[in-house]
Design a protein around this ligand. Structure first.
Ligand SMILES: [Fe+2]
Length: 287
């Protein structure tokens, strides 16, 4: 069975959200959705998510899963908003607990912030499988960018989150707390053991030198041959040296502080205060 994949690109954060559906049938899953956020105003907006909702309703689809590849640091997840409108279960990797523990400390959260992953409906581990209608999904743990990163392999389509990007852009950064370039290298090798014609759908695209259009679909075979960071069997030592040197030059993503606080809660805002107002924190000199 070959799933039909519809991409939704958010140019504000360079994020690709995906809707993967049965070729014939109504079942679908939504992967890595975006809640728009105006940092300067502290204001959320559901335009991007509403576009997905429109697509689901226009095509009379049934959402079974809202999948997160990881706790994103560059955009807020719209999973709970989509769940309220469309249903479906929210899933993420079981190592979300590690991420919650790390950032629970960074943001000095109280005990009301549960660090057990209970904000999600399903915590996946390596080797788990699940269904979207008649389609089968398999879970690969692919940490390195973060400890909880997963790749969802749905029939012939691998949703790799932030591991590999397009071959001409390379790979994801590994310098967030809990990240590791050695670990990312091993995770990518795991992805590259999939059949060469496996379709790969990446979590972000930033264009690349010599390419002036956004792109997000490639294959395992193309990655093995052409990925500028890891193709042609690049050895781990070379990759780690290149990745760590490059990461040292990168600034933090624009929305990292709001993104982490919301996404570690499964895409929900912190509890409101007595007046019903919601606040996010800015820890100083912590990241
Ligand atoms: Fe990410």
């Amino acid at each position: 069975m070959t799933p039909f994949v519809k991409a939704f690109f958010d140019e504000a954060t360079f994020t690709v959200s995906y809707l993967v559906r049965e070729p014939e049938g109504r079942a679908c899953a939504i992967i890595d959705s975006v809640l728009d956020y105006d940092q300067a105003a502290g204001r959320t907006d559901t335009s991007s998510a509403d576009e997905i909702i429109r697509y689901v309703r226009d095509n009379d689809l049934k959402v079974e899963w809202l999948l997160e590849s990881h706790v994103h640091a560059d955009h807020l997840s719209a999973a709970p908003y989509l769940q309220g409108q469309l249903g479906g279960k929210i899933g993420i990797g079981h190592n979300i607990t590690v991420v919650q523990d790390t950032f629970g400390k960074v943001f000095n959260e109280g005990t009301e912030f549960q660090r057990d992953g209970s904000q999600f409906d399903k915590l996946f581990t390596q080797g788990d499988s699940f269904h979207i209608g008649q389609m089968r999904g398999d879970v690969l743990e692919t940490p390195g960018h973060t400890p909880a990163c997963l790749t969802y392999v749905i029939e012939d389509a691998a949703f790799v989150g932030d591991t590999l990007f397009m071959p001409d852009f390379g790979t994801a950064r590994c310098d967030f707390p809990g990240g590791s370039s050695e670990t990312l290298y091993q995770s990518i090798q795991k992805i590259l053991t999939l059949p060469d014609d496996t379709r790969i759908f990446v979590g972000h695209d930033y264009k690349a030198p010599g390419r002036d259009e956004f792109a997000w679909e490639t294959t395992v075979g193309e990655q093995k041959a052409l990925n500028i960071h890891i193709g042609q069997g690049r050895p781990i030592e070379e990759f780690v040296e290149m990745r760590d040197a490059r990461d040292a030059t990168l600034s933090m993503p624009r929305l990292i502080l709001p993104s982490l606080q919301v996404n570690m809660r499964g895409g929900r805002m912190p509890e409101p205060d007595e007046q019903g107002d919601v606040f996010l924190k800015v820890p100083i000199n912590k990241l």
